[in-house]
Ligand binder design. Structure first.
Ligand code: ASP
Length: 753
């Protein structure tokens, strides 16, 4: 009754939500000074100290960098950690076999004892952030010391100071091309165990077709736990370790979200490039992205068809496929968005105004007048190197794995004498042999490798300038017309591509045998590819890149002087950031409107029985058909699956907590809509939306689908909104600004009845 009175009363004063996508990824230690009042005006109800504090526990203590790539958040006082399914994918895959197929069937530990340890997995918490710019830029170079060495020396000195007498680590990072430096003091935990994962038909529902796409129905989460020693300190895996007691963990809201609600994402965004010039955007859109998309399409054709051959091969290549396809589709979306938003034309126009303003002011002209023309020249000069670099990077680092394996041998064998003298040659050989045996253990592996080689070799050699081609190919007159034959020949003759032959040699690394190895067809081919990249491409490419960075340091500074009224933020660089905005849909194309949320009905609409991408587990179908959503439903009969918001995010924000105005967890960020991936270069308030899996769907899967209610019991669920009055706002089932104190008093009176 009381509620109803308030609702009616309140309705009179509700103001229409205004849309406020907010560009920027903000350093949490600067929020109080730069963003807090803006965030408050947009609905935030907690204090800046609750977001970031060095002396007291705060939200930052519950946000962890997951294995250096994704983000994760602590959700219980026993170190329980949420991240995305795609972030824990390789760990889930590593524990999977044909008999115990956790990728396909999911995994749920029933108790601590069943939680699975993961080699070399770690999470980092940020202890504190410090501005170390003046320390980094102060002092002078020693005689003959290069800029690079100066920065390295300073970094080492300051890092030592920062962690002195502690078990912490510290990282110092340049911001905006070295105009600023911040230090991050880090506590790293290395005993991280897998606790739960839904089947891929939930955690990766929609697979490649739905990746980077809205509307989305993916339960993209997995659960880990941080273990510590008896003193609650980081320790390597030990059965003696115990669940970590965090300084802070997120309460979880069951209240749900509505359009216009304040939202914020706290995590480790990887890389943005807001200051890129038109020359760089042109390069990216018209050269780099198409080249890399092309190479990945070739890889995917081989990988996808191989994975279809058997369950064993599906598991074996799942993680690899996921990585290759994720970036492939992202680059396609990025180009789509940049074209749609006329990014290039916008950059050119901005540069025109920039040049005009600079030319009007003698001082600015003197200081910055040559920047743009010099950048233009450098991009032009770098073009052929960039092209070779793009194709080689794809070939060598995302292409056939045998290439990288053989290269490991190359590094040891080329330095065999050094290792022999140090007495470690046999041990090095043993290591290589072990890795290689595990790699080559699959009968289908060599066939797969051969197809990858053929496909990527021909694509890259047809595009990379001849002056950059590997020497051993240039020595064969027919290497461009006879590509398949060259690869067939290599696979037939190379000892590296036949386990038996290789072992014969490696078990006996005499000088004579090492000489023979050096003449091996696989060995010479791989060495020649690496030599071409390292010797013919990289020196000039990196030297140009260094010059570009130097100029960009000045350019990004000058932009802020020439356009002083714009709001500036530091480009993402895998450091801790906060983005904020609100829950909202979008209108990405003419005649099309995306609503802000999806529901379980959408899962059933996409369901295709036995389909690789859109099959739905039987139990989930039955729960949905019976609308058996328990306490996780919205109203009586709706299960919300995902929602979108206008928070500026990028890769690395995968797994980030999405938080409401009260500091409670409302979802896990996992993606952006296709039109949004351009936000790494240019943020569009109209287009850019991050995609979040609703926390109620996550809890529903854990509880109702998997029956892992013991995990729910660890968490702190916030079910019934409490009414509180903060400043000039009533917070609770309704949230609204109160326009005058008379209204406030009257509401206060009613609520106290
Ligand atoms: N899905 C992304 C990732 O893989 C997250 C994003 O870029 O928005 O990192």
């Amino acid at each position: 009754m009381k509620l109803k009175t308030i609702s009616i009363f309140a309705a009179l004063f509700i103001v229409a939500p205004n849309f406020f996508a907010t560009e920027g990824m903000w350093l949490p230690n600067l929020i109080k000074a730069l963003n807090y009042s803006d965030m408050q005006s947009k609905g935030l109800m907690i204090s800046a100290e609750e977001i970031y504090s060095v002396n007291n526990s705060s939200m930052k203590d519950a946000v962890a960098h997951f294995n250096g790539g994704c983000t994760s958040e602590v959700v219980s006082n026993k170190g329980l950690l949420f991240t995305n399914h795609h972030c824990g994918y390789s760990q889930i895959a590593n524990h999977s076999t044909v008999e115990k197929n956790y990728l396909r069937d999911g995994f749920w530990a029933k108790n601590f004892g069943e939680e699975l340890a993961n080699e070399s997995l770690y999470v980092d918490f940020i202890v504190r952030i410090e501005d170390v710019t003046s320390k980094m830029l102060g002092g002078s170079k020693a005689e003959g010391e290069s800029e690079d060495d100066f920065v390295k020396r300073k970094t080492a000195e300051i890092t030592k100071e920062l962690i002195n007498g502690t078990d912490y680590m510290a990282k110092i990072k340049p911001f905006n091309y070295g105009n600023k430096y911040f230090a991050f003091v880090i506590e790293r935990f290395t005993d991280i165990r897998l606790v739960g994962a839904p089947p891929s038909a939930i955690g990766k529902f929609g697979f490649d077709t739905d990746n980077w796409v809205w509307p989305r129905h993916t339960g993209d989460f997995s659960i880990f736990r941080i273990y510590a020693n008896k003193d609650n300190k980081p320790a390597d895996y030990s059965s003696e370790n115990i669940p970590y007691t965090p300084k802070h963990y997120f309460p979880i809201s069951l209240k749900g979200v509505k359009e216009g609600d304040f939202s914020m994402v706290y995590g480790f965004p990887g890389r943005t490039q807001q200051f890129l010039t038109s020359y760089a955007v042109d390069q990216k859109m018209n050269k780099t992205n198409p080249a890399r998309i092309d190479m990945r399409e070739k890889s995917l054709a081989v990988i996808n068809s191989t994975m279809k051959q058997s369950e064993e091969l599906r598991i074996r290549y799942a993680s690899y496929q996921s990585g290759v396809s994720n970036a492939w589709k992202k680059w396609k979306g990025e180009n789509f968005g940049l074209e749609k938003e006329n990014a290039l034309a916008k950059k050119i126009e901005k540069e025109r105004i920039y040049t005009e303003r600079i030319n009007e002011n003698e001082e600015l002209k003197k200081q910055f007048g040559l920047l743009l023309p010099s950048l233009k020249t450098l991009y032009k000069e770098n073009e052929s190197y960039q092209k070779a670099f793009d194709y080689y990077i794809e070939m060598i680092y995302s292409g056939p794995k045998s290439l990288r394996h053989i290269n490991n041998f190359v590094s040891v064998i080329e330095n065999a004498e050094k290792y022999r003298l140090a007495g470690s040659l046999d041990a090095e050989m043993e290591k290589l042999k072990k890795n290689y045996q595990a790699f080559i253990d699959y009968p289908e592996q060599l066939e797969f490798e051969k197809r990858m080689w053929k496909s990527l070799y021909s694509t890259s050699m047809n595009h990379v300038g001849k002056e950059f081609h590997p020497d051993n190919l240039l020595a064969q007159s027919n290497y461009l017309t006879n590509m398949d034959k060259i690869i067939d020949d290599m696979f037939e003759k190379s000892m590296f591509l036949s386990e038996k032959k290789l072992l014969n040699y490696l078990n006996n690394p005499t000088e004579k045998n090492l000489k023979k190895i050096k003449k091996d067809k696989g060995y010479t081919m791989v060495k020649s590819f690496y030599d071409a990249l390292r010797g013919k491409v990289i020196p000039a490419y990196y030297s140009n890149e260094d010059k570009i960075t130097e100029l960009m340091k000045e350019y990004s500074k000058s932009i802020q002087i020439v356009f002083p009224t714009e709001k500036y933020w530091y480009d993402a660089n895998s450091t801790l950031r906060v983005s904020y905005g609100q829950i909202e849909g979008s209108a990405p194309r003419d005649g099309m409107r995306y609503t802000h949320k999806t529901t379980a009905e959408g899962i059933m609409a996409k369901y295709i029985p036995n389909n690789d991408e859109f099959d739905v587990p039987e139990k989930l179908i039955s729960l949905i058909n019976n609308k058996d959503y328990g306490r996780y439903s919205e109203g009586d009969s709706t299960l919300v699956i995902c929602f979108t918001g206008s928070n500026h995010t990028t890769g690395g924000n995968s797994g980030s907590p999405v938080i409401n105005a009260n500091g409670e967890l409302i979802g896990i960020n996992f993606d952006r809509s296709w039109e949004s991936t351009m936000s790494d270069v240019m943020f569009s308030e109209k287009l850019c939306r991050n995609i979040t899996v609703d926390i109620r769907y996550v809890l529903f899967v854990i509880d109702k689908y998997a029956g892992a209610s013991h995990l729910i019991e660890e968490m702190k669920l916030v079910e019934t909104p409490k009414f509180t009055i903060k400043k000039d706002k009533i917070v609770g089932g309704i949230e609204l600004p109160i326009q005058n104190s008379g209204v406030l008093k009257s509401l206060e009176k009613q609520m106290s009845k």
